[in-house]
Design a protein around this ligand. Structure first.
Ligand SMILES: Cc1ncc(COP(=O)(O)O)c(C=O)c1O
Length: 388
């Protein structure tokens, strides 16, 4: 069977390849520890599960969730309250908030809602690989903007050639950043609003790690910046703060024309999120803030363990202050693939090679902290031995 040409342009999804590699090694009896994927192992908080169970028993929730096309108004109100209380961003739940099946879905539908075939779409390199795939599927032209350690992994907007910026209709950004862990500053976000206004570029500020910050860093929403709502949307998700990656629940917020356009795409594509999951999401947002602090404590401890181990084997660097990833420079001038292969072969640890996120990821690998403590301790013991 011939499949669509558009799929030929899309590189294999990084984690599918890694999963196959891990499965093959495990089938051969190797005890592989994967530090590759960012997927919390701790359970979803009990009040969320209880609310899902209750709501699943109610036949009113068994029907299509499309009676309010942007998601249940009560969910959108809970999201708006969360944004006002935690990030000082004021949003109208009627027009400026939309329920999503995770922020990844929002990235994809944002492009379909905004980008015409042939339009340039800016994204960072290194960057989250799903942006490129979504841009290509929509017929857009992804253009990479390098982000480098010396600029705190923030793009230098002034370095984007004006002929490229003039052709761009959208830009993806994501801080706290996957994969580098970098966080943004209010000053950068002010510049971003001005840049977007100057070139009429719609910003998709993908912010699922907003709560995962360390060392005194404060959560920062794009929507807390004056004018942000005029130029873009922020995407967010319950996946990371509430250990709900499998539930598929997120939200798009901000510019009401973009929200309406994404909603139009969704009405014709997926009919929205199961009501019982939205009700469980309200329980998370209303009663489970403490889960975030608990998870941050766990990640901070694991972060210290990895940093200490790396330092002991002479891999020393200044870690970024966000996400549950560590963006680690390779030792001894090894390439990303060489170091990832060494860790896999000598220590049976899987890490993501930096080049999977773009050419500027060369010289780095990404460690994820979403593994149980005992497995991480074992991984660090093996790493020490492999690096002796
Ligand atoms: C930058 C970025 N955006 C979006 C997602 C997807 O999150 P969700 O589970 O909300 O779809 C991820 C997941 O790892 C991510 O790293």
């Amino acid at each position: 069977m011939q499949t669509a040409d558009r799929l030929k342009k899309i590189p294999p999804y990084l984690f599918m390849e890694l999963r196959n590699k891990i499965a093959k090694a495990r089938a051969a009896g190797v005890d592989v520890i994967s530090l590759a994927i960012g997927d919390p192992v701790e359970p979803t908080p009990a009040p969320v599960i209880e609310e899902l169970a209750r709501a699943a028993h109610d036949p009113a929730n068994h029907r299509y969730p499309t009676d309010e096309e942007k998601g249940m108004l009560t969910f959108r109100q809970a999201v708006a309250r969360w944004y006002a209380d935690r990030y000082q961003a004021k949003l109208d739940p009627a027009t400026e908030v939309l329920a999503l099946i995770g922020s990844k879905e929002g990235c994809h539908h944002f492009v379909l809602a905004r980008v015409n075939p042939g339009d340039v779409v800016l994204m960072t390199d290194p960057g989250y690989p799903a942006y490129r795939s979504s841009i290509l599927m929509a017929g857009g032209d992804p253009v990479n903007v390098p982000i480098r350690a010396e600029n705190g992994y923030l793009p230098r907007l002034a370095d984007i050639p004006s002929d490229v910026a003039s052709k761009a209709t959208a830009m993806f950004l994501n801080y706290p950043n996957n994969p580098t862990g970098a966080t943004a500053t209010p000053a950068f976000l002010h510049d971003l609003v001005a840049f977007a206004r100057q070139y009429d570029i719609a910003i998709c500020y993908d912010n699922p790690y907003i709560e995962v910050v360390f060392d005194g860093e404060k959560p920062l929403s794009f929507l807390s910046i004056p004018g942000a709502k005029d130029v873009g949307v922020e995407l967010n998700s319950l996946s990371k703060p509430f250990n709900m990656t499998g539930w598929r629940l997120g939200m798009a917020l901000g510019n009401k024309d973009l929200i309406a356009a994404i909603s139009q795409v969704k009405e014709n594509t997926d009919s929205g999120v199961f009501n019982a999951i939205q009700l469980a999401g309200i329980a998370a947002l209303s009663h489970c803030g403490a889960n975030i602090d608990e998870m941050l404590g766990i990640y901070a401890r694991r972060r210290q363990l990895v940093l200490r181990t790396l330092s002991d084997v002479n891999i020393r660097f200044q870690p970024s202050r966000g996400t549950f990833y560590l963006w680690v420079p390779t030792p001894k001038n090894m390439s990303s693939i060489e170091f990832a292969t060494l860790l896999f072969e000598q220590a049976h640890i899987v890490v993501a090679a930096g080049t999977a996120y773009g050419q500027y990821g060369e010289g780095f690998v990404r460690f994820s902290l979403t593994v149980p403590d005992d497995r991480l301790e074992l991984a660090m013991q093996r790493l020490r031995q492999a690096m002796q």
